[in-house]
Write a protein that binds this ligand. Structure first.
Ligand code: XMP
Length: 321
């Protein structure tokens, strides 16, 4: 069945919330549902809808994979606490880092993260929780990108190790399927989520691992996490689509405490884009670039080189990995 789009301009949020809450409540009946928050606006909106429909019968989790931005898990949990929704933070750092150990190929790294999430962490959690309903923040663009081969096909139940042909009773509920991102942002605002959530810039599924060239270790993620915090603080006011810090693998000659040593390189990207399909670099003012370089080289020991990307997508991609 083809999904009919509800454009953001035509979205009546009050009616939409009422309808979806009723539908979720009817579908789940007196059972329980489970959902995983990513920190993004889609999963946040779906969690509030699910909570309105089910109250404590919705179990919301945030999987701490060790690849998130600084304080992300605590920030997400605190936002939902204010809305009266308990989010359980599950520490799975070890699982993700051991799956990533020794991997350097971008596709292998992405695959290790996907497999760890579905097969080692969330799959077992869903099956142990007793919940038969899975609330997912899939939006219309996700479906289109899957069909077009841009995103990986995601048959969620199979990913979770649940074979729908053998196992009866598992249902995926996708209340946002008629919306695009702008519609979800409007909905999230109407649901009472704060501005940092409904205006949040895109962040990739593989999280900071998408910005670590070469092996993803806790130490290397920590470096890119520190650089990300600086870049996000400095570029927050730029009204651009997305900005990021990338840790490179090559070592560069530098002067550290008066001695010539090989140090690390951070690349900054700041994109202008409408929909992430194409993008051009923002022409940041020299004083902004200069401040970024100073904050990164003084704030992160061992970094001796900071570069700014000036290539467009295509042929570049927005993320590094
Ligand atoms: P690329 O690097 O493909 O990124 O030019 C385009 C946009 O998509 C985001 N991105 C991802 N989002 N899972 C996601 O949910 C992913 O694996 C992924 N890879 C890239 C990226 O941040 C950018 O906004």
């Amino acid at each position: 069945m083809k999904t009919v789009e509800i454009p953001a301009a035509e979205l009546n949020t009050r009616q939409f919330i009422q309808d979806k809450v009723r539908q979720i409540a009817e579908t789940v009946g007196d059972g329980c549902a489970i959902t995983a928050l990513s920190g993004g606006v889609d999963s946040a909106a779906v969690t509030v809808l699910g909570h309105k429909a089910l109250g404590k019968r919705l179990k919301a989790y945030f999987i701490e994979n060790g690849l998130m931005r600084r304080d992300e898990a605590q920030t997400v949990a605190a936002i939902f606490r204010k809305l009266g929704i308990h989010v359980e933070v599950l520490d799975a750092k070890e699982t993700f880092f051991s799956a990533l150990a020794g991997l350097r190929d971008p596709e292998e790294k992405r695959e290790a993260i996907t497999q760890s999430f579905y097969h080692k962490v969330f799959g077992p959690l869903v099956q142990q929780s007793g919940a038969r309903f899975l609330l997912q923040g899939t939006i219309l663009t996700d479906i289109e990108e899957t069909v077009a081969g841009i995103k990986r096909q995601h048959n969620v139940l199979e990913q979770l190790g649940i074979d729908p042909r053998k196992t009866f009773g598992y249902t995926v509920i996708e209340p946002l399927i008629e919306l695009r991102k702008d519609g979800v942002r409007k909905l999230a605002k109407a649901l009472g989520l704060p501005e940092p959530v409904y205006r949040r810039m895109p962040f990739p599924g593989p999280a900071l691992a998408a910005r670590v060239v070469g092996e993803v270790t806790p130490e290397r993620v920590e470096l890119v996490r520190a650089a990300t915090a600086i870049v996000e603080k400095e570029l927050r006011g730029t009204k651009t689509f997305q900005y990021m810090a990338i840790l490179h693998e090559d070592r560069f000659p530098g002067m550290i405490q008066g001695r010539r040593e090989y140090g690390m390189q951070i690349e900054i990207r700041c994109w202008r884009s409408r929909d992430a399909r194409t993008a051009t670099p923002a022409w940041l003012a020299p004083r902004v670039l200069e401040r970024l370089a100073r904050k990164i080289t003084t704030g992160i020991p061992g970094v001796v080189s900071v570069t700014y990307n000036i290539a467009s997508k295509p042929p570049s991609t927005m993320e590094a990995v």
